[in-house]
Ligand binder design. Structure first.
Ligand code: IVH
Length: 673
C-alpha cells in the first residue's frame, strides 16, 4: 500500500473517530475519552492533512475555522420561509390556542404536543447536502437571511457531517444558536477588563458573535446550538411526528435539548410550563418561555399557518422580568439585626407576573452607585421568586427636581442613632436593646444558653411574648409572673412555674455572660470574656471611650467603635439600668487590667492544633500560672478553645457547642493583658 493510501485510510478513520467523540460529548453529553486524548487525535489528523493537503475536505473537523474574513454577508433566500411564533402570555391565552387547534381539527378531544424550552438566542438554518454541512444562514426577515456558513462551522456542537445513514439528500435543519450564561458572564468580564463594550444579555451576545465577518472572532465565542425543527427536505423521508424527527436528528449527531418532552393536552402543557419555570434558574442558558407544538405532522399540515406564524405552535412566554416605573419615595426598613435597608416605593407596575409597588435598593452603596433619586423613572426587576429590586435608572427621564436619597440620622423604628461605619455598605440602628425591629432576635440571643441561659425561653415563646406585648426589652423578662405566662396559649401552669424559676436563676450570672447577652455588634463570647476580665466592672466599661477600649486585648478600632456606639445610645443604657434594677447581678471582680495571678481563675481551656510561639506544655504552664485550667476535650464547661495551626476535630466540636475560640494572637494577648 502506498503512503498516500495509508494516509487516506488513517485520515478517514480519524475523522470518523473524532466525529463519534463530538457526538458523545455534545449530543449525548457523555464524553468517552479525556480531553487530552481527543486533542491527540485532532493533532494527528492535522499533521496528516498538512502532509497531504489534497486530502483535506471541508467536512474535516480540522476545518472549523479556516476561512478568511468576509467583506459582507451574502443573502440567502429561504426555500421554506422561517416562521416566527405567536405568543401567549397567560394560561387563558394558551387554553384559547388549544381550543382553536381542536376546533379546526373537527373537535379532536386531546392533542399530543411536544413541549420545548424557548431558547433566547437566534434562529439558524443549517443545510446538509449528502450529510455534509454546506450552508448556514440567519433567519433575517424570514424570507431572506444572511449566509453565515463559515461562522456556524466554528461551533463545536454543530456537526460538519451527519452521523449514521438514512438522512435525506438535502436536509435543512433549524434551531437556535445561543450563549450559555457562564460563557456570557465570562465574555462580559473580559470585555469589561479591557474597557470594551459589554453585551446587554446572552441573546445580544449570541447574535453579535455569530454575525461576525471574521469567523476567527466567532470561533472564540462560547456559542452553542440546539436544533428544534426542519426546513426543506429533498430525496428522502422523515418520520411523521415532530418528536420522532427530533429523535432521528439526534441519531444523526444533531444536538437536541434534553428538556424537550411529549405531553398530552393542555394539562400536560401547563404542567410542563410549571416544571420548566421551577427549573429555569438552574438551567445553564437563558430561556424566555416554552413552546408547544402539535406533534403529528399531518395535523400540522391541516392547521397550516397565518401571516408569519404556524397555527400548530405557540410560545408560552414567561412574564417580562423588567419593567419601567416611577420611584415615588425611598423609605428605610430596619431588619432584625438592625441593618437599615432602603426600600423603593413605586408607582405600581406589573412585572415578573405580579404587581410590584415596593422594591429593595439593598443598601446605601447601591443607591449611590446607581445614583437613584426620588422622582426618577427606574427599571424594576423581578425574576422568579427573588425579591423585586431596582435594577437601574433611566437617566434620560430624570425630572429636574429629582431628590437625592439620604440616610436618616435616626432609626425610623426606635429613634436611636444610625451609624454607617466608614467603608461599609450597611447602615445600622444602634438601639439594639430597645429597637422593636430587633426585639425578637435580641431577646432570643439574650436568653440563649451561652448568654443568660434562661431554660425554656425558646424561639416560639419569644415570638409569643413579643407579639403579646409582654416583653419589649430584655428587662421585661424579669417582670414576668407565672400567672401571666400561664395565660399564654400552649403554656401550662407547670411550665410557667418552671420558666419563672429559670428566670430567677438567670438573675445570678457572670459579667462576661451579661456582656455577651447584650448582643453588641462585634462582641462575641471571646471578646465579652476579655472585656469582662479587663474592665472588671460594668461601670469601668461604661466609662471607657474608644481609645481606652482599644487597650483591651483583642479590641481593635472596629470593635471599639461598635461598643462605644452601643453604650452611647441612651436607650440602651436605660435598658441596662432596668436589668440591674430587676436584680440581674454577678460577682464583682477586680479589674484585671494587667494580668496577675488568678486572672484566669475559674476558666477552662482546651488546645487544638500547633502553636507557633510556644509549645503546648508552655501554654499549659502559663494558663495554670494565671489560675486557669486546661483539659483534653471540649465540653459544656470549656470556656475557650485555643486554635493553633492545622486544628483537629476539637474545632468542629467547639463550634457545634458554641464554645468561644481564640486564635494564637488573641490567646497571647489574653496571657499578656
Ligand atoms: S420553533 C415555526 N422552537 O423563537 C416554528 N422556535 O418567536 C418556528 N425559538 O425565531 C420556531 N426556541 O428563534 C421554535 N424550541 C423552539 C424555539 C424557538 C427558541 C425562537 C426562534 C424563533 C422564535 C420565534
Amino acid at each position: 500500500m502506498t503512503d498516500r493510501r495509508k494516509a487516506r485510510q488513517r485520515i478517514e478513520a480519524l475523522r470518523r473517530e473524532i466525529g463519534q467523540h463530538d457526538y458523545c460529548y455534545y449530543v449525548l453529553d457523555d464524553p468517552q475519552i479525556p480531553d487530552g486524548e481527543y486533542d491527540r487525535l485532532l493533532r494527528e489528523l492535522q499533521a496528516l492533512e498538512l502532509e497531504f493537503p489534497d486530502l483535506v475536505t471541508a467536512d474535516s473537523p480540522t476545518q472549523r475555522v479556516g476561512a478568511a474574513p468576509l467583506l459582507e454577508f451574502a443573502e440567502v433566500r429561504h426555500a421554506v420561509p422561517m416562521l416566527s411564533l405567536d405568543n401567549a402570555f397567560n394560561e387563558a391565552e394558551v387554553r384559547a390556542f388549544d381550543r382553536r387547534v381542536r376546533e379546526r381539527l373537527q373537535n379532536m378531544a386531546q392533542i399530543e404536543y411536544v413541549a420545548e424550552p424557548k431558547l433566547d438566542g437566534l434562529a439558524i438554518s443549517l443545510l446538509y447536502r449528502q450529510g455534509v454541512l454546506v450552508r448556514g444562514a440567519t433567519r433575517g426577515d424570514g424570507t431572506t437571511g444572511e449566509e453565515v456558513t463559515q461562522n456556524v462551522r466554528t461551533l463545536p456542537s454543530i456537526p460538519l457531517r451527519l452521523l449514521g445513514k438514512g438522512y435525506p439528500e438535502i436536509l435543512e435543519v433549524r434551531g437556535e444558536v445561543f450563549m450559555p450564561r457562564s460563557g456570557f458572564a465570562a465574555l462580559n468580564r473580559r470585555a469589561a477588563q479591557r474597557n470594551e463594550k459589554t453585551f446587554a444579555n446572552p441573546r445580544n451576545a449570541a447574535a453579535g458573535s455569530l454575525r461576525q465577518l471574521d469567523p476567527r472572532v466567532t470561533a472564540e465565542r462560547p456559542l452553542e446550538f440546539f436544533c428544534y425543527g426542519t426546513g426543506q427536505v429533498r430525496d428522502g423521508e422523515l418520520p411523521d411526528r415532530h418528536s420522532a424527527i427530533l429523535a432521528r436528528f439526534r441519531d444523526w449527531g444533531l444536538r437536541i435539548n434534553p428538556e424537550i418532552d411529549s405531553v398530552s393536552g393542555m394539562d400536560g402543557c401547563l404542567e410542563y410550563y410549571r416544571r420548566i419555570t421551577a427549573k429555569r434558574a438552574t438551567l445553564p442558558y437563558a430561556i424566555d418561555g416554552v413552546v408547544y407544538k402539535v406533534d403529528r405532522l399531518d395535523l400540522q399540515q391541516q392547521l397550516g399557518f397565518v401571516a408569519r406564524a404556524p397555527r400548530w405552535a405557540i410560545a408560552h412566554k414567561f412574564p417580562a422580568e423588567e419593567a419601567m416605573t416611577v420611584l415615588k419615595a425611598v423609605e428605610f426598613q430596619v431588619g432584625r439585626t438592625g441593618a437599615l435597608t432602603p426600600v423603593a416605593r413605586l408607582e405600581p407596575v406589573f412585572v415578573g407576573g405580579a404587581t410590584v409597588s415596593n422594591a429593595t435598593l439593598h443598601n446605601m452603596d447601591e443607591v449611590e452607585r446607581k445614583d437613584v433619586r426620588v422622582g426618577d423613572t427606574v427599571i424594576v426587576r423581578r425574576a422568579g421568586d427573588v425579591i423585586p429590586e431596582v435594577a437601574g435608572v433611566v437617566l434620560a427621564k430624570r425630572p429636574q427636581h429629582a431628590a437625592r436619597v439620604r440616610l436618616p440620622h435616626r432609626c425610623p423604628v426606635c429613634g436611636s442613632a444610625v451609624i454607617r461605619p466608614e467603608g461599609e455598605a450597611v447602615a445600622r440602628c444602634t438601639g439594639g436593646l430597645f429597637c422593636a425591629a430587633q426585639r425578637k432576635e435580641l431577646i432570643r440571643h439574650f436568653s440563649s444558653r451561652r448568654a443568660m441561659d434562661i431554660e425554656g425561653l425558646g424561639e416560639k415563646l419569644v415570638d409569643q411574648l413579643v407579639d403579646a406585648g409582654l416583653v419589649k426589652t430584655p428587662a421585661d423578662i424579669f417582670t414576668l409572673t407565672a400567672a401571666r405566662l400561664a395565660a399564654l396559649e400552649h403554656m401550662g401552669e407547670k411550665s410557667a412555674q418552671k420558666l419563672v424559676m429559670a428566670i430567677e436563676r438567670a438573675r445570678h450570672t457572670t459579667f462576661q455572660r451579661f456582656l455577651y447577652a447584650l448582643g453588641i455588634r462585634e462582641v462575641g463570647e471571646a471578646t465579652a470574656a476579655l472585656l469582662a476580665q479587663y474592665f472588671g466592672t460594668l461601670e469601668a466599661l461604661l466609662a471607657a471611650d474608644e481609645s481606652v477600649l482599644q487597650q483591651a486585648p483583642d479590641v481593635g478600632p472596629v470593635v471599639a467603635a461598635a461598643i462605644a456606639a452601643f453604650f452611647r445610645e441612651p436607650h440602651n443604657r436605660e435598658v441596662i439600668s432596668a436589668l440591674r434594677e430587676a436584680g440581674v447581678q454577678w460577682p464583682e471582680q477586680a479589674p484585671a487590667g494587667r494580668t496577675g495571678p488568678g486572672a484566669l481563675s475559674g476558666m477552662t481551656f482546651v488546645l487544638t492544633g500547633t502553636l507557633t510561639v510556644m509549645s503546648r506544655d508552655e501554654a499549659k504552664r502559663r494558663i495554670q500560672a494565671l489560675g486557669g485550667k486546661i483539659t483534653g476535650s471540649v465540653s459544656k464547661k470549656t470556656d475557650y478553645l485555643v486554635v493553633g495551626a492545622e486544628p483537629g476535630s476539637k474545632l468542629a466540636e467547639a463550634q457545634q457547642q458554641g464554645v468561644a475560640l481564640l486564635d494564637e494572637q488573641a490567646f497571647l494577648k489574653l496571657l499578656q493583658a
